[in-house]
Design a protein around this ligand. Structure first.
Ligand code: NAD
Ligand code: UFG
Length: 334
């Protein structure tokens, strides 16, 4: 069975390719390296002893998609390719909507042409906006997104819903990821953001490696246990494995559209993250409390019981694994 993975050299894409190859799937992949490095391909090979059939190019380019679908007998598509920086998206909304929405339309039109009708799509907990009830189930209201990145995911979910309704042959699985962190235990692949990290774990890692002097904790007056923001951090390897369960689901379902939260169901505050990181890695993380960051919510964690029930998937790795693996990967300078 052949899986086509867009954004295959990115953070979640690379971990998923490893799981796919190790599970015996053939993989064709596309990336334009707008947020990843070519050397990731060598490291996927080093881990798995197998190779992706890789295409360098842009998902907005119909010609490269046509080439991939005509040269490979694709059974299923996993779509990771997107821009993902919340702050950047506020500055560059047009670029974000083109890259995150138009590219999906291009992909879908080529999938239709080649009669490939199974898709797993990477969405985000951000589609819930400011959640009203915790933990968040898939039934919770979506919308009220506060930035173009989040809105782009919401739009694509809407498009996929319309398509699932219109074409009963399509089988679509939307995954709403919570906060993926950590790295593969080989420490050959992991999260490697360009510039100053916008997210908590990569920022903590840069403080640990002394590339940044201290962590700015964005507010300690939230309505949480210790006043700092609470999120549902999930190990990227657990997240990657869920895609194998997603494929199995799409191969054995009559329903056209499935939506699943992927999280651990547990929330941890920023200060709990810092303390766990310090303990596991035996390293001091200096921090300062600063102003709240605009658009942040008090807490956001998943009810992942639907994924457990229907996909037979649940997270097995805990916060200590996440902190250890993220740090060990950040010590490697690839
Ligand atoms: P990433 O930036 O590490 O990976 C995305 C990959 O897609 C990169 O390698 C990039 O070069 C590539 N890419 C982007 N636009 C492309 C295009 N037009 N054509 C070809 N390649 C393109 O991001 P990630 O963390 O691996 O995220 C993967 C997906 O999961 C994204 O859709 C993201 O929005 C979603 N997601 C991520 C998070 C998170 O916190 N990491 C949370 C929720 C959802
Ligand atoms: N935080 C800090 N200091 C930092 C970075 C973050 O205190 O330097 C805090 C935030 O205020 C928040 C928590 O750490 O309370 C987590 O922040 P992240 O930026 O790591 O993650 P977010 O929950 O804000 O958002 C992430 C991705 C989104 C995705 C969402 C899904 O950035 O793209 O998870 O839940 F949609």
């Amino acid at each position: 069975m052949k899986v086509f993975v867009t954004g295959c050299t990115g953070y979640i894409g690379s971990h998923t390719c490893v799981e796919l190859l190790e599970a015996g799937y053939e993989v064709a992949g596309l990336d334009n390296f707008s947020n990843s490095k070519k050397s990731v391909l060598d490291r996927i090979k080093e881990i798995t002893n197998k190779e992706i059939k890789f295409y360098e190019g842009d998902m907005l380019d119909k010609n490269i998609l046509e080439k991939i679908f005509s040269e490979n007998k694709i059974d299923i598509v996993i779509d990771f390719a997107a821009y993902k920086s919340v702050g950047d998206s506020v500055q560059k909304p047009v670029e974000y909507y083109i890259n995150n929405v138009s590219s999906v339309l291009t992909l879908l039109s080529v999938m239709q042409k080649y009669n490939v009708k199974k898709l797993l799509f990477s969405s985000s907990a951000t589609v819930y906006g400011t959640p009203e009830v915790m933990p968040i189930t898939e039934e919770a209201k979506v919308g009220g997104t506060t930035n173009p990145y989040g809105t782009s995911k919401l739009y694509v979910e809407g498009i996929l819903k319309d398509l699932a309704y219109a074409d009963k042959d399509f089988k679509i699985c939307v995954f709403r990821y919570f906060n993926p962190v950590g790295a593969h235990p080989s420490y050959l692949i992991g999260e490697d953001p360009l510039g100053v990290p916008a997210n908590l774990m990569p920022y903590i890692c840069k403080v640990a490696t002394k590339e940044l002097p201290y962590l700015n904790v964005f507010g300690n007056d939230y309505n949480t246990l210790d006043g700092t923001g609470v999120r549902d951090y999930i190990h990227v390897v657990d997240l990657a494995k869920a895609h194998i369960n997603g494929i199995e689901k799409l191969n054995n379902t009559d329903k056209n559209l499935h939506i699943y939260n992927l999280g651990t169901g547990k929330g941890y505050s920023v200060l709990e993250m810092v303390k766990t990181f310090e303990k596991v890695n035996n390293i001091k993380i200096d921090y300062r409390i600063v102003e709240r960051r605009e658009g942040d919510v008090d807490e956001c964690y998943a009810d992942s019981s639907l994924a457990e029930k229907e996909l037979n998937w649940y997270a097995t790795l805990g916060l200590e694994d996440m902190c250890r693996d993220a740090y060990n990967f950040s010590l490697k300078k690839y």
